[in-house]
Design a binder for this molecule. Structure first.
Ligand code: FE2
Length: 271
């Protein structure tokens, strides 16, 4: 925990902070084994939802909209054909599991408690951190999809913006297997868009500011397994597809500050 002051200083300056060896290799293995167990117990035929952040057509997808307080599986875009049939083996078909792992799943709940994730968020400036959304991200070899440039505050809206992401590498993350990329200092720019849930459950991206992201300044965050990457909610970040032979498992938890108001238009209805 002695690294916390550095973490906060980096976070303030760059909009992200990287701390290697935050999670033990034993915990990385435990979480990966548990993710594998969850996938083994999942039948892809029960799911039609596909996750991408540059796609608006998941508008009527109740499976997604009701996943905030549950443990649900989202398929890789390339794992299903035009008719909706899953075309790859189950082990590589899942893009992510979410979004209530942090309190619905005993292993991830224990991980959060033992690693004091609320305390980390407090050290990064949240007065009353509230864990809101969690994801096990699988990024399978050869098929794991890209996630385009975005700010997390687009997807978890408070007034003022407060969301913080805690991202844990469970495998070594490299350019080849789709590591995070970020724009240092980019968190000082405005929020570019909101993703709003209408009363009829239609989802819409609402433009707020057309300032382009300074993508020429982006750097890859190549990190070993066990690394914590803390991400400011306004920081532009992305990740590539995984075209390598290596898995790129990660776990992420997003927290908001309960001293800020939580917008009714959020996709995620607070449990
Ligand atoms: Fe993100």
């Amino acid at each position: 925990m002695s690294a916390l002051p550095d973490l906060a200083a980096c976070f303030e300056k760059d909009g992200f902070a990287v701390v290697e060896a935050w999670v033990s290799q034993a915990w990385c293995a435990r979480l990966k084994d548990h993710i594998t167990e969850l996938v083994v117990g999942f039948d892809p035929a029960t799911v039609q939802s596909v996750f991408t952040t540059h796609e608006q057509s998941r508008t009527t997808d109740r499976y997604f909209l009701e996943s905030g307080d549950d443990v649900r599986f989202f398929l890789e875009e390339e794992a299903i054909d035009a008719s909706g049939t899953v075309t790859v083996e189950r082990a590589r078909s899942v893009n992510k599991i979410g979004h209530g792992l942090h309190h619905r799943d005993p292993v991830f709940r224990r991980f959060g408690q033992e690693h004091d994730l609320v305390g980390i968020a407090r050290s990064l400036g949240l007065e009353r951190p509230h864990p809101l959304q969690s994801m096990a991200i699988l990024k399978p070899p050869g098929i794991g999809g890209e996630v385009g440039w975005h700010q997390d505050a687009t997807f978890l809206q408070t007034e003022p913006p407060s969301v913080v992401g805690l991202w844990f590498a469970l495998d070594d993350a490299t350019r080849d297997n789709g590591c995070l990329w970020a724009i240092p200092g980019g968190h000082r720019g405005p929020l570019r868009q909101r993703w709003d849930r209408h009363p009829d459950d239609r989802m819409e991206f609402v433009p707020l500011d057309d300032t382009p992201f300074a993508t020429d300044d982006a750097i890859p965050l190549e990190v070993p397994a066990g690394t914590l990457v803390a991400l400011h909610g306004l920081l532009p970040h992305r990740s590539d597809a995984n075209r390598s032979e290596q898995w790129r498992h990660a776990y992420s938890l997003h927290l908001v500050d309960d001293t800020c108001s939580y917008a009714d238009r959020n996709w995620l209805r607070r449990p």
